[in-house]
Design a protein around this ligand. Sequence first.
Ligand SMILES: O=C(CO)COP(=O)(O)O
Length: 271
Amino acid sequence: MTSQTNGQFDRTPLIAGNWKMNMDHTQAITLLQKLAWTLDDAKHDYSRAEVAVFPPFTDLRSVQSLVDGDDLRVVYGAQDLSDQDSGAYTGDISGQFLAKLGCTYVLVGHSERRTIHGESDELCNAKIAAAHRHGLVPVLCVGEGLEVRQAGEHVAFTLEQLRGSIAGLEADRVAELVVAYEPVWAIGTGEVAGPEDAQEMAAAIRAELAGLYDAETAARTRILYGGSAKAANAGSILKGKDVDGVLVGGASLDAEEFASIARFEQHLVTD
Ligand SMILES: O=C(CO)COP(=O)(O)O
C-alpha cells in the first residue's frame, strides 16, 4: 500500500483525524456523513490523498455500519489498543476486536497516552506487535516536549522513542508503518511547528530507518506531522518532501475544515 505514489508525492499522503475523547456515536455519524459529503462534493480523489478518522472506541461500530452501508472511501482506526489479545485486562481493548470492526489503522503511543497513562516505548513496542497480530497498521506517535525542544535535543529524543518503539520489527513491517511526529508543545496549543521543523524531523526519522534497515524500506514508510495542523497551514507543512501527511486533532472535528485539509493539494505552497 505504501509503495503507491500519486504522481506528485513519493508516497500516497495520509490525512488522519484523531477525534480524541470527542463525539459520541450519534455525533460521529453526523460528522462522518458530513465529511464524506463534503469530499464527494469536491470530487476528492482518494487515490491522491487517503483520508482516515480515529473516533473513540464506542463509535467504531456505528462508523463501520456507515462506511459499509454507504460505501464510503474514508477509512478508520482506533486511538489505542491493548498489548494483550484477551483475558483479565479490565477496560482494555484487543486488536482482535478492532480488526472485527473493520479498522485499518490504530494509533500507538500518542503523547496523551504516554504522558497521562505513562506508556513507555517498551509498551508501544508490544502494542505494535499486537496490532500486527490482528492485521492492523500501527500509526506510531513520537515527539518531544517543550523543554527537550528548547534544549535542542528534539531529534535525538524523538529518534530514541522511535528506536525503542520499533525494536525487533521486520523490514516489511517498517515499510507499511506510519510514523506521526507530534511535538507535544504544538498539540492543542495553536503553536505549530514550522514546515522546516516538520521536514527536519521527518527527514531525520527516514534517515534513521534507512540506517536501521535500508533505504528502500525507509523510502516506503509514511511519516506524518501532527500538532495544530489546519487547512491554513497544511499546504506548507506538506511541502516537505519527507512529510507524507498530517495527524489532525481539533481541526478534524469540523468536517469542512478537515475536508479542506484533505484537499491540501489545492493550497500547496510552491516556491
Ligand atoms: O494530537 C494531535 C493529533 O493526534 C494534534 O492535536 P491538535 O491538532 O488539536 O493540535
